[in-house]
Design a protein around this ligand. Sequence first.
Ligand code: PRP
Ligand code: ZN
Length: 286
Amino acid sequence: MESILRIAIQTKGRLNEDSMLLLGETGIKLVSSSRRLISAAKNFPLEALFLRDDDIPQCVADGVADIGVVGKNEVMEQQQKVDIVKHLGFSKCRLSLAIPKDAEYNGLEWFSGKKIATSYPRILKSFLSENNIDANIHFIAGSVEIAPGIGLADAIFDIVSSGSTLVSNRLKEVQNLMDSEAVLVATPNLSLEKQVILDELIFRIEAVEKGRGKKYIMLNAPNNKLDQIIKVLPGMTSPTIMPLARNGWSSLHSVINESEFWVVIGNLKKNGAEGILVIPIEKMIL
Ligand code: PRP
Ligand code: ZN
């Protein structure tokens, strides 16, 4: 029987959207439906298991799923035996301590004797003990940010992304404990067949990542200007040069970073480039 790699993905929320988008970009077509627990890919030996993010580390550690996409924060909190095989760079956020907006903050000492609500008690506990702060940790599974407002806690320790949840609950961030992003985790001791599938998946993800922020550029230039033009093209690859039917002219193709785009275009025009075409890059294999 052929092996199928089973990947755990968050049922809904930010991680779900970004994970599905990434799989889509790697060419893997999943039927996504919130009512279905398992969905098989049409054209790749992969099936997705949709779970609550909090359940993903344990499912992967137990081998119920072979791999999973989950926030690094959950991996750190749960301390399950999973290997982080790739940082995915999306769903970036941080775990921070926040206190009521109007409270006067005098440093970590502020938390001594205070009650802190959180869904991440382990991470918080080890931070507090490293810093010799004696505070009470109050575990809440969700909507942590409302705890101070309803008198359930003095402060919170929670995920901050845009910061708007803090603002709308009249809280301010005073101490960042760790940064988080989505990671790809794998169960230890994957079978050889499944490792091969995982390697192919990672290869495809990396090809998608390398293409991000990059543009393919084509332009025409007189041959006597080519040397100058090549100088103003940031050299990530040596450009391809092809003769044009028009005598004394060539077409030049290269890859540029989107961040340098307008500067490069300006310099190209100054140096006599014409007919500049810029094309998005879907994937890049180096
Ligand atoms: C997190 C966190 C905050 C919010 C912060 O919740 O608990 O509520 O995101 O984001 P912001 O800084 O952009 O406002 P999440 O949506 O991950 O849901 P959960 O707490 O139920 O897991
Ligand atoms: Zn959650």
